[in-house]
Design a protein around this ligand. Structure first.
Ligand code: NAD
Ligand code: MG
Length: 389
């Protein structure tokens, strides 16, 4: 019986994870669930999955959850220390890291340091502190399995013995596919006027609001380039972004002998989630089998960096190294939030990120404290820029 903690259980990934788990009650048991604000949704999940522990964001939310769960043997707590506890508890084997944004860093790192099997959806944690995170995984013999569909596809297309060295495995390039999001073909001059609702309406995937906006700016793909760099040990010039609007191929690995291996499937996160949960075995996920005959054509083309400046900014941050990706991530989180709150326009997102990157020198990512200090500095700088726009 695999015991599981889900960080961010009420989100899009959390709900999909519980959907897969519910199909295999004999194989998995939920140890703990967390949510930030959606107490009612978490209470409903707790009644079905009966975890031992549930964690929320604030004391008020915890009090409400205790009321809602009165009579059930579920320990309720709140805050970051409690998240780290449920991520590192001896009573859990596997941690689904599905909190959105920098808030997921501390508990995800706690899971790695406790040597857990970490199913990583929270790409921002790896973007912020890639070297430190990968070092912790190695030192504490944690198992890191990517949930992001592209990275899960790359993982599946690499040899089982892959040791984070492209050359040793004969890998020429990692081909990261991107749908291009909702604005792939929209006239660039009309982008300033798009609303949060339009930006969140992804053509192929149903996701949380932050990642949906990131998909519309293609910052999501930029974060994924950095994520791929850390997961697979590939330098920036060995990672290529390929626009593939149908999202049937989830990414590819191109080998020196001319072979290209890919993973295909319907765009549904339950496939990578089931893959990582059962790895190296396979379990049913509830996702329909892909029927390629239903597709008239699969298209591929190069990304337009003028239309998607965030993608170029992310490549720049990866090449700059150190805390530059942490600055990029923090500035982006603030800018996306401001866009969702209608405080800035869509095209101001890349402008805020660029200015934060230009005006704040990055340093060495030598410790989590150093990364968090840069994160805080970038957030404050981004807020100031947003305010002045
Ligand atoms: P979401 O917004 O739907 O859910 C986020 C979850 O995190 C919720 O449970 C929320 O309660 C929790 N949360 C939010 N802020 C928090 C905070 N400050 N402290 C603690 N918990 C907090 O997001 P999502 O779409 O499920 O994405 C989650 C992560 O997975 C993101 O990092 C995203 O990039 C990644 N991801 C998502 C998808 C997808 O299809 N949704 C695909 C690939 C990667
Ligand atoms: Mg992805």
């Amino acid at each position: 019986m695999q015991r599981i903690t889900i960080l961010g259980a009420t989100g899009s990934i959390g709900v999909s994870t519980l959907d897969v788990l519910a199909r295999h009650p004999g194989q998995y048991r939920v140890h703990a669930l967390s949510a930030h604000e959606r107490v009612d949704a978490l209470a409903a999940q707790c009644r079905v999955f009966l975890p031992q522990r549930a964690v929320v964001g604030t004391p008020e939310a915890a009090a409400r959850l205790r009321d809602l769960l009165a009579g059930l043997p579920i320990d309720v707590a709140h805050g970051e220390a409690a998240l780290c506890e449920i991520a590192s508890s001896p009573e859990t084997d596997t941690v689904m890291a599905a909190i959105v944004g920098a808030a997921g860093l501390a508990p995800t790192l706690a899971a790695a340091r406790a040597g857990k099997k970490v199913l990583l959806a929270n790409k921002e944690a790896l973007v912020m502190s890639g070297q430190l995170f990968m070092d912790a995984v190695k030192e504490h013999k944690a198992t890191l399995l990517p949930i992001d569909s592209e990275h899960n596809a790359i993982f599946q297309s690499l040899p089982g013995t892959y040791g984070r060295s492209p050359d040793a495995a004969g890998v020429a390039k990692i081909l990261l596919t991107a749908s291009g999001g909702p604005f792939l073909n929209r006239a660039v001059e009309t982008l300033e006027a798009v609303t949060p609702e339009e930006a969140c309406k992804h053509p192929n995937w149903s996701m949380g609001r932050k990642i949906s906006v990131d998909s519309a700016t293609m910052m999501n793909k930029g974060l994924e380039v950095i994520e791929a760099h850390w997961l697979f040990g590939a330098p920036a010039d060995r990672i290529e972004v390929v626009i593939h609007p149908q999202s049937v191929i989830h990414s590819m690995v191109s080998y020196v002998d001319g072979s290209v291996l890919a993973q295909l499937g319907n765009p549904d996160m339950r496939t990578p989630i089931a893959h990582a949960l059962a790895y190296p075995e396979r379990i049913a996920s509830g996702v329909e089998q892909l029927d390629l005959t239903q597709w008239a054509a699969l298209q591929f083309h190069k990304p337009d960096f003028d239309r998607f400046p965030c993608l170029a900014l992310a490549f720049d941050a990866l090449r700059a190294g150190g805390t530059a990706p942490a600055l990029l991530n923090a500035a982006n989180e603030i800018a996306v939030q401001a866009f969702l709150e209608r405080r800035i326009g869509f095209r101001a997102i890349d402008l805020v990120v660029r200015r934060v990157m230009d005006e704040n020198p990055h340093g060495a990512a030598s410790s989590i404290e150093a990364v968090m200090a840069q994160d805080a500095r970038a957030r404050a700088a981004a807020e100031r820029i947003v305010h002045a726009l």
